[in-house]
Design a protein around this ligand. Structure first.
Ligand code: GRF
Length: 218
């Protein structure tokens, strides 16, 4: 096995965030290689993208498992075959068990399409519109036992326009997702992020409770 850092990606759907990570790894801005892509749904578009890119894939269909625990055990065992430095959730639509999260503690990241801690869970864009928020965004965070509740790493804000609906807003947010996920992953892989007394630091600075604020390409 080479010395390059290794990433395992878990996804359930179209895989555009995975694709943004793949692009970054191919142009050497990620600091690691995507070694394995695992999907829990046979039709996941992200699986095809991975196969076409020559990346090892696995399909672990949750519908074939009697319990969440049994699914997560197989998922963890498959992930371990790749010895990843980081496990990345990229639109992985399954709630993970506490045991799974504990096993990959501090090396499990997710991206969520809202300005956490606002709007954990589903339908984030419609909820932001219903509340007449002026801004929406996306947050990359480490995963802990709470739904979308782990420590934020990096957050990007976008304006909400008067004529937005959930679809137009989602598209605007997705554009920044594709920028901040590779950035946060590269921070992890290059050792910039660390936990001290349960608090997250980037280099020697405490990370704000909503994550570092993304200021665009520098
Ligand atoms: C993204 O909006 C992500 O924030 C959320 O699920 C969606 C996945 O999209 N967790 P894609 O499959 O990466 O295109």
């Amino acid at each position: 096995m080479s010395d390059a850092k290794r990433i395992a990606v878990l996804l359930s759907g179209r895989g555009s965030n995975f694709e943004s990570l793949l692009k970054a790894s191919r142009n050497d801005s990620l600091g690691g290689d995507i070694s394995l892509v695992i999907a829990n749904r046979p039709g996941a578009g992200g699986l095809k993208i991975a196969q076409d890119a020559g990346i090892e894939t696995a399909l672990i269909d949750h519908q074939r498992y009697a319990s969440r625990e049994a699914f997560d055990r197989d998922l963890a065992a498959t992930i371990e075959t790749a010895s990843p430095d980081l496990v990345v959730l990229a639109g992985f639509m399954r709630i993970l068990t506490f045991e799974f999260v504990a096993r990959f503690e501090n090396r499990l990241m997710n991206i969520h399409p809202s300005l956490l801690p606002r709007y954990p869970g589903l339908n984030t864009h419609q909820r932001a519109l219903d509340n007449r928020d002026t801004h929406a965004g996306a947050t990359v965070h480490y995963v802990n036992g709470e739904l979308d509740g782990g420590p934020p790493v990096l957050q990007a804000r976008v304006p909400i326009h008067a004529n937005d609906d959930a679809e137009t807003l989602a598209a605007r947010v997705l554009q920044v997702e594709h920028q901040i996920y590779p950035e946060a992953v590269s921070w992890h892989l290059s050792g910039k992020l660390s936990f001290r007394n349960n608090l997250l630091y980037k280099d020697d600075n405490p990370v704000p409770l909503t994550g570092c604020l993304w200021e665009g390409d520098r």
